[in-house]
Write a protein that binds this ligand. Structure first.
Ligand code: MIC
Ligand code: SF4
Length: 642
């Protein structure tokens, strides 16, 4: 049997382990990216490693999340990030230059390279044939220092795209169909590889929409081949020489296979409050829409926004619907401005925002109470928009534009003849907002504002773990539940003591104070615990509050890795029904936990409140066990360095 593309790229970067699904492997990382909401912590960790310059082929630091400057905090963090980048050999993409994933695709992505990013949507780079993986900031810091990235060797799923889309069916509908079939946990432990004759009908930004939202499947990443479409995209970005062909072997072997007949797809939406609650627009019915938001790293490319401007040209946004548009990058924004499309958008009544994440992460534009908001984004978790009782529908740009015009959710096929947007032969190339690192790094002083507090570190795992159950939650808890974002909380990303006050705030406002009182605690959860973002604050802040372990039915990949990195023991029930045996407030104990882990013995939790006992698993590799015993990766590295 031949090799699939995923295994080819992994094999070319394999440093340790065997490529057998389920086992731990280590790969080398060619490129890294960070963004400002996770970057401050990542660079504080990098600085602590004492490496004078990044060891990667390319590292880029983007400012795109925390751009509402309602106080000094975000602006101070930007200054820290710019000086750190300059000193340590990192390119710095200034605020205004665009969303990290969109800009990276345009200006830096190279087929066949590995990219590790401190953002869960790093797999956007899979659209250009990269093996692009999201991780916690500490893992990215290690990669910048030249260290390997450890991951569980995933299964490879082939999504075979057959046929061609009919008019008004977008790339978003393709990934919504995959989400409908696989669910938000269907991709855990898997890489999704797209093949088949339908691939060539998708442009690179359309492929990137699909790989971007593979994050919502919980997949390790998603990847497209690098073909003539990729070559043309790179040439149009003035980077034709960076192209190489990358295809799976014709008889490639896959662990699983799915076939999608593109011609059978219809315009779709993901209904509140989960990206896998997918329905055809025609099934949902013509519900009133209060807000439409177009943008984000999923759907704000040049062609996306050109299509929107064509739909809106000469018409007006409905009187009770607010339309906001945030272009994905300065390149997109400037091209729209120069070709007149921006004027059409403005004339239609659209509210134009800067090229950043903006409303996607609750940085402004929260919808009104009880509103319906149609967004071209990738996540519609409860409360993420900033309005607790708003219902967010995820859709492609065509559905969003149609809703903005009619004030209702309508099938865009009603709009008449579909005019596809041609990809430009040459994109507008101007990298003046990307600052190169300093030639004389010793002259650069890293500037730290008062918002940047030192990184807290954990203590070693105790001999016996005795903890109070602080909170018991259900399935599919997101990192937005654990560590909310939004305009109020995001400026505290560099200040763990302050941000920890918001842990689980929307689930249980007493969590932080009860955690501090309890001293040592545990959280109990259901399946797919920690889905969503890569934010290590969802581990770091609970750690600061004394959370020692998390016991769930199953974990999402990045969050579990973050728990290990910060020394929180990730446990799963051996028998899922034992979830019922534990209640909030119970006192739990694992006697001799350290010794049992070293000896590879089964772990038993004794419930001191009910008298029951429950068998649990940690599933950690020997490397991870050593990290947990030392109280996290920073302690572990320090201990071994001395
Ligand atoms: C998100 O979409 O949730 C974010 C904000 O981009 C996060 C990163 C963060 O929390 O800073 C992500 O996806 O990793
Ligand atoms: Fe930014 Fe939203 Fe993309 Fe996260 S998902 S990187 S917040 S645009």
């Amino acid at each position: 049997m031949g090799k699939n593309l995923t295994r080819k790229i992994i094999a070319a970067h394999l440093l340790d382990g065997e490529m057998v699904a389920g086992g731990e492997i280590a790969i080398s990382i060619d490129q890294t990216l960070t963004q400002d909401a996770t970057g401050t912590m990542a660079y504080l960790q990098f600085e602590a490693m004492g490496v004078p310059r990044v060891q990667t082929e390319l590292s880029v630091s983007y400012i795109d999340h925390n751009t509402l400057q309602t106080g000094f905090e975000n602006a101070d963090d930007h200054r820290f990030l710019q000086t750190v980048a300059s000193k340590y050999g990192i390119y710095f993409s200034r605020p205004g230059n665009g969303i990290c994933h969109q800009v990276h695709l345009e200006r830096f992505g190279v087929p066949g390279k590995t990219l590790l990013g401190s953002d869960s949507h790093t797999p956007t780079g899979g659209g250009i044939g990269m093996l692009a993986i999201g991780a916690g900031g500490l893992d990215v810091a290690v990669a910048m220092g030249g260290g390997p990235f450890h991951l569980t060797m995933p299964k490879v799923v082939n999504v075979d795209l057959q046929g061609e889309r009919t008019p008004w069916v977008s790339a978003k509908d393709v990934i919504l169909e995959v989400l409908r079939r696989l669910s938000v946990k269907g991709g855990v432990g898997k890489i999704i590889e797209y093949t088949g004759p339908g691939v060539k009908s998708l442009s690179v930004p359309e492929r990137a929409t699909i790989t971007n939202m593979g994050a919502e499947l919980g997949a390790t990443t998603s990847v497209f081949p690098s073909d003539h479409v990729t070559r043309e995209f790179l040439a149009a970005q003035g980077r034709g020489e960076q192209w190489c062909e990358l295809l799976p072997d014709s008889d490639a072997d896959y662990d699983e296979e799915i076939v999608i007949f593109l011609n059978e797809l219809e315009p779709m939406v993901a209904c509140p409050h989960s990206p896998d609650a997918v329905k055809k627009v025609s099934e949902v019915g013509e519900i009133r829409v209060d807000q439409v938001a177009i943008g984000s790293c999923t759907n704000s490319s040049y062609a996306d926004l050109m299509q929107v401007s064509r739909i809106l040209r000469g018409k007006h946004v409905h009187e009770y619907t607010s339309l906001v548009i945030s272009p994905g990058s300065k390149q997109v924004f400037e091209m729209l401005a120069r070709n007149g499309a921006l004027a059409d958008l403005i004339a239609s009544g659209a509210r134009i925002l800067e090229s950043t994440c903006g409303p996607c992460i609750g940085m402004g534009q929260s919808p009104p109470s009880g509103a319906v908001s149609v967004r071209t984004f990738n996540r519609n978790f409860p409360g993420r928009s900033g309005t607790a009782d708003a219902g967010v529908y995820l859709a492609g740009p065509e559905v969003a534009a149609a809703a903005a015009l009619s004030g209702k959710l309508v099938d865009p096929r009603r709009l008449g003849e579909f005019q596809p947007v041609e990809m430009p032969e040459k994109f507008l190339i101007d990298d003046s907002m990307i600052i190169s690192p300093a030639a004389d790094p010793e002259e650069i002083e890293v500037v730290r504002g008062p918002n940047i507090k030192p990184l807290p570190v954990n203590t070693e795992l105790p001999v016996t773990l005795a903890v109070e159950v602080l909170l018991k939650v259900d399935d599919n808890i997101t990192t937005d539940h654990i560590m909310p974002a939004g305009a109020k909380v995001l400026p505290l990303r560099s200040n763990i003591p302050a941000i920890s006050e918001y842990v689980f705030a929307a689930v249980d406002a007493t969590f932080a104070s009860r955690a501090k009182e309890a001293g040592s605690s545990i959280v109990i959860g259901g399946n797919n615990y920690g889905q969503g973002s890569s934010r290590e604050h969802a581990a770091l802040a609970p750690m600061y509050l004394g959370v020692k372990a998390v016991l769930v039915k199953s974990f999402a990949r990045i969050h579990r890795a973050n728990l290990v990195n910060f020394g929180i023991l990730p446990l799963t029930f051996i028998h899922e029904e034992d979830y019922e045996q534990i209640s909030q407030g119970d006192l739990l104990e694992i006697e001799g936990v350290r010794e049992a882990m070293v000896k590879g013995e089964e772990l038993t939790i004794i419930n001191r409140t009910s008298g029951n006992s429950v068998k649990v698993n940690h599933g950690l590799s020997p490397r991870q066990i050593a990290i947990i015993l030392d109280g996290g990766l920073l302690n572990h590295t320090k201990k071994h360095a001395s």
